[in-house]
Design a protein around this ligand. Structure first.
Ligand code: GLU
Length: 286
C-alpha cells in the first residue's frame, strides 16, 4: 500500500510562504516515497471560512505545481462523522459541558493564581463544570446557554495509559524519534461547541483515519497538539500515522507568518512576477 500524505489548509484566508513550505514538503515526500497526496479543506469553523478562499487555495497550489487526488475532503461535509466520534467518547463517560466564556476562564485562573498555561499559552480550564449535577447541566443546555463540550483528560488518560508517536521531523525544542505524548499539558480540551459539532483536534484525527493518512507533515506549531491527537486516536481506536513537523517560515522580525500579512502571500508574490521555482527557493527547498 503506498503511503498517504495530506495538505490540510483552513480556507480563512489565502496561502502564504509558510503554507507553501508545508504543501511542497508534502508533495516532495509523497513523490519520494511513491505515495499519494490528498488535499483536505479544514473548514469546520464555518463562520471564518469562505468559498473564495478555498478556490484561491486550489489555484495557488496548482500554480506551485502540485497535483492532488479528487475528491477533495471538506470538513463542513462531514459533521456526521465528528458527531458520531463525540457520541462514542460521551458513551465512554469522557465528555462534559462547560459554560464559562474564555474571558471568565482567564479571570478565574487569575483570581486563583493558577498560572498554568497550555502549550499555546491559554490559561488551563480549571475543570469546575466537571462536577456540575446532571440536572443543572440539562437545565442550562435547555435554556440555550452557549457551552463547550470538553474531554475529561484525566479520565481519558486513565483509560488510555502511556502514549507516544514516531516523529521524523522535530518539535520546537528539537524533539525527534519516539515522543512521549503529554495530553495533560492541554487540560480538558474542547472537542465541540454548542454551535460547532466538532473541533480541530477531533476533526483532524477522524479525517486522517477516514482518509487512510499514513504520514502527517505539518508545521512545528502543531507539534504539541499531537499529544491530544494521540489520545483521541487511542480512545476512538484509530490508526496512528507517522508525524513529521517542519520548521516554520518566519518574517523579517522572526514572527510566524499570518494570513493577513500581504507581503508573504502567494498571490501577491505571483503578481510581482515570482515563479513557483522562486517560491521553492524562498522557503529554503532546493
Ligand atoms: N488546518 C490546519 C492549519 O491550517 C492544519 C492541520 C494539520 O495539518 O493537522 O493550520
Amino acid at each position: 500500500m503506498p503511503p498517504v500524505f495530506r495538505f490540510a489548509p483552513s480556507p480563512n484566508g489565502y496561502l502564504h510562504l509558510g503554507h507553501a513550505l508545508s504543501a511542497l514538503m508534502n508533495a516532495d515526500l509523497a513523490r519520494a516515497a511513491g505515495g499519494r497526496l490528498l488535499l483536505r479543506i479544514e473548514d469546520i469553523d464555518t463562520s471564518r471560512c469562505r468559498p473564495e478562499f478555498e478556490a484561491g487555495i486550489q489555484e495557488d497550489l496548482a500554480w506551485l505545481g502540485l497535483t492532488w487526488e479528487q475528491p477533495v475532503r471538506r470538513q463542513s461535509e462531514h459533521f456526521d462523522s465528528y458527531r458520531e466520534a463525540l457520541a462514542r467518547l460521551d458513551a465512554m463517560g469522557l465528555i462534559y459541558p462547560s459554560f464559562e466564556s474564555r474571558a471568565e476562564i482567564a479571570r478565574l485562573a487569575e483570581q486563583r493564581e493558577q498560572r498554568r498555561r497550555d502549550p499555546d499559552g491559554a490559561p488551563l480550564y480549571h475543570g469546575e463544570a466537571k462536577s456540575m449535577s446532571l440536572a443543572e447541566r440539562a437545565r442550562r443546555m435547555a435554556a440555550g446557554e452557549p457551552y463547550a463540550l470538553r474531554l475529561d483528560t484525566a479520565a481519558a488518560l486513565a483509560q488510555a495509559g502511556a502514549l507516544a508517536w514516531a516523529e521524523t521531523g522535530a518539535g520546537p525544542g528539537g524533539e525527534t524519534g519516539s515522543i512521549a505524548a503529554d495530553p495533560a499539558a492541554w487540560g480538558d480540551v474542547i472537542l465541540a461547541r454548542k454551535d460547532t459539532l466538532g473541533s480541530y483536534h477531533l476533526a483532524v484525527v477522524v479525517d486522517d483515519a477516514a482518509q487512510g493518512v499514513t504520514d502527517v507533515v505539518r508545521g512545528q506549531d502543531l507539534f504539541h497538539a499531537t499529544s491530544v491527537h494521540r489520545l483521541l486516536q487511542n480512545l476512538l481506536g484509530l490508526a496512528v500515522p507517522r508525524y513529521h513537523h517542519h520548521r516554520l517560515v518566519l518574517d523579517a522580525e522572526g514572527r510566524k507568518l499570518s494570513k493577513s500579512t500581504r507581503a508573504t502571500g502567494l498571490r501577491e508574490l505571483g503578481a510581482q512576477g515570482l515563479t513557483a521555482a522562486d517560491i521553492r527557493r524562498a522557503v529554503g527547498l532546493d
